[in-house]
Write a protein that binds this ligand. Sequence first.
Ligand code: ZN
Ligand code: ZN
Length: 349
Amino acid sequence: MQDGFQKTLKVARLYSFNDIRIEEIPVPQPGPGDALIKTRACGICSGDVMPWYIEKKAPLVLGHEPSGEIIAVGKEVRSFRKGDRVFTHHHAPCLSCRYCNRGDFVQCSTWKSSRIIPGGVSEYILIQAINLENDTFVLPESLGFEDGTLVEPTACAVKGLRRAHIKQGDTVLVIGLGVMGMINLLLARAYGAGRVIGADMVKFRLDKALEFGADNVIDVASRDLREELQRITAGDMAELVIVGPNSADAMRQGLSCVRPGGQALMFTPAKPGERLTLDPNWLYFNDINIITSYSCGPDDTREACRLIEKGIVSAGKLVTHRFPVEDTGEAFRLTAKAENSLKSLIVFS
Ligand SMILES: [Zn+2]
Ligand SMILES: [Zn+2]
C-alpha cells in the first residue's frame, strides 16, 4: 500500500447491548487473494438488536450489511480492481460441498466460518478471498452505495419467499413491519401476491406499509390479529403468514392465521429456551406447513440485486436515518426501539 495511506481505521465495537465503543485499530493488509474496501455505508440489522443473539458474539465489530469501493487488491485477484463499487456478503459458501450442491449454502461450514474483517461498521474492510470469489459483486451503475446495503437484507427475504413457494394470488399476512417486514411485503407483492396485509402496533409503520402497497393493515395494539384477519378476508385467512417478531408467541399467533393448505414462514428465531407447542393433528388435517428461513446465499444476493435494480426495494423507500460512525450507538438504540424508523445506516464520507 502506498505511503501516506491511512494506517488506522475507526470501528464501532459492541461489548454489551448498552456498551458500543468507537475504537481505532490498524488497517488490515490484503493477502494475495483478498481485497480492501473503503466502506461507504453499512446497515444496522434488526437481527443484531436481539440482545441474547448479539451479546453471545460480543465483543464484536457491529454490522454485516456494508457496501464500498475497492481501494486495493492482492496480486492474485483477477475479477475485481481498484475503483469497483461492490456489495460483499459477510459469509460466503465453498460452492462444492454437499450442502452447497443442494443450494443449502448457509449450512456450509465454510459459509459459517467465513467473515469480513473486522466487520461492517468499519472505515475499511478486508474481504477475504473466499468472500471475494463466492459472494461479492460489482453494483450495477444505477445503484448507489445505500442501495447496496440493502442487498443482504433483501436476499434474506428472497430466500424466505422462495422456500415458502409463494403463489400468484396468495393472500399474504406480514406480522411485524420493521424494515424486514417491509421488504417481505414489497417482495410478496412483486412475486404476485393477490392481497398483502401487514400487522404491527406502531402507527408510523402501519402508515408506511399502506404507502408501500399493503391492501390492509392491522393495528395489533388495539385489535385481535386473528379476528381482524378473519373480518378482512371474510374468513379466508392467509395462504402465507410471514412471522417477523422474535418470539414463540408470535409464531403461534402467526400459525393461527394460516388458511388450510397454507404456510407460516418463521423469518426470525424465537428467544433461547422458548418452546413452540402445537397440535400435530391440527397441522396434519389442515395441511399446514411450517417453513423456516435463516439468512441467505449467493443466489439470493444476486436476485436481491436485480429486485433493487428494478426499484422494488430501494434506499429511498426504506432508509429513514443516517449516522456517522461516531454515532453508531445511537443508530443501534433507534433500531432496537423499533418505532418511528425503518432502516438506519452508518454512512462514511
Ligand atoms: Zn442483516
Ligand atoms: Zn459448501
